[in-house]
Design a binder for this molecule. Structure first.
Ligand SMILES: *Cc1c(COP(=O)(O)O)cnc(C)c1O
Length: 215
């Protein structure tokens, strides 16, 4: 398994407007560096501890995305450098990101994570609650900018169910975009389902095991 080749094959297959976030959780610095040297500067991590350790050790022009659920008390560790937070699932978290971003005189781009899966274990906002946040946050929080939505489909073999969940998220995305033109990024699709996600309108995919092999 050659990870650079896997990466290049995926990139070559993507439509131009689809951004790949290489999910490097559990991967060694050496594996990350081999992709960095092949030209990939965008990596996603789902745990804060691992993210800050890698950010400190690896080249400073890497753009780090936080894709996993984020506790409020950990925002302060990533606020200085995080490129995009995909997993904002409450207003209180957005408020804390705003507070920490202000300390560094930054505006941190964020995605609202929408719960589209039927599994109770998946995180995310109901679309009504997300819309409520979108419609009023600018009056309160100057140091965050909501630029789109993220969602994860149910972990299932049922391709139809996955497709329907992505369709639902795309339609929520379209509604939000009509209300706020900052909404441009739709982060949906992982190794097992990114092709369906792209067919349904994703423009940002988060892919780990299809590049690195099984964790
Ligand atoms: C791990 C992870 C991914 C990537 O999963 P793969 O199946 O390895 O591609 C994408 N998104 C989130 C939120 C993750 O935690």
């Amino acid at each position: 398994m050659n990870i650079v080749e896997n990466y290049q094959n995926i990139v070559a297959s993507l439509p131009k407007d689809v951004h790949l976030i290489t999910v490097s959780k559990t991967q060694s610095h050496a594996n990350i560096l081999s992709l960095y040297e092949a030209g990939n500067l965008v990596f996603g991590e789902n745990r804060v501890q691992e993210l800050i350790e890698k950010q400190a050790a690896l080249p400073k022009d890497i753009q780090w995305h936080l894709i996993g659920s984020l506790q409020r008390n950990k925002v302060k560790y990533i606020a200085e450098f995080v490129h995009l937070i995909h997993s904002v699932d409450s207003e209180s978290l957005l408020k804390e990101i705003n507070k920490q971003a202000k300390k560094y005189d930054r505006i941190i781009p964020c995605l609202l994570q929408i719960r589209i899966a039927t599994e109770e274990t998946k995180f995310g906002l109901a679309s009504e609650d997300a819309l409520n946040i979108l419609m009023h946050y600018k009056e309160l929080y100057d140091n965050v900018k909501i630029i789109g939505l993220m969602g994860m489909a149910t972990f299932t073999e049922d391709q139809n169910q996955i497709r329907n969940e992505f369709k639902k998220l795309k339609s929520i995305f379209d509604t939000f975009q009509m209300k706020d033109s900052d909404i441009q990024t739709l982060s949906m699709g992982m190794s097992g389902d990114y092709e369906i996600a792209i067919e349904e309108g994703s423009n940002m995919i988060r892919v780990g095991s299809a590049i690195f092999g099984h964790r």
